[in-house]
Design a binder for this molecule. Sequence first.
Ligand code: MD6
Ligand code: FE
Length: 220
Amino acid sequence: MHTADLFADDNTASPLPERVELGAQSVLLRGFALPVADGLLSAVASVSAGAPFRQMVTPGGYTMSVTLTNCGALGWITDRRGYRYARQDPLTGAAWPPMPDVIRDLGRAAARAAGFDGFDADACLINRYLPGTKMSLHQDKDERDMRQPIVSVSLGIPAIFQFGGLQRSDPTQRVPLIHGDVVVWGGVDRLRFHGVLPVKTAHHPIVGDERLNITLRMAG
Ligand code: MD6
Ligand code: FE
């Protein structure tokens, strides 16, 4: 190889792009949550102290592999009666814990960075993925105002996010997500199918052997 080739543009070590466009109104903001990751983890710990992670059952009778909890005025739940948002935790009968500012502020900032001004989440779903758990391909359509985007924050061990089209049968992109990544999708992409492939065993130095996903929405 000629020395010059070592310095050619396409051989130059470059940092990962911080913005990856996944669709016309969908973007992966790589590392966007890193500056507040420790604060987010403390927030998740305090939320789950009041509203523990638990498995839920889908309307079809399947037990979801992930465990979940919520904070904020509205929490996403599922049982045999359907998917919906609820003001009370069905486990405790109490209101969900308030949404910590670090979560709400991150959601607003990420949505703005993705081109959605005025995003102020009232619903925060927190999913916990242990190795082998997954989220099947689905659309998010339980929210009242579909003009508002979804903000999804990844913490802990990596996962592969599947991002499809408006039809279940459309091809899916496979997007590796790591600690600190944030995906925002809305507008023409709001109803795109998405999911998470079974998470592989791994270790994260701060979070441990699990993945946490914080999904923010304006649901009410
Ligand atoms: C995730 N969660 O946990 C993505 N959507 O990475 C979702 O897409 C989701 O957990 C609708 C309802 C519940 C969910
Ligand atoms: Fe979803």
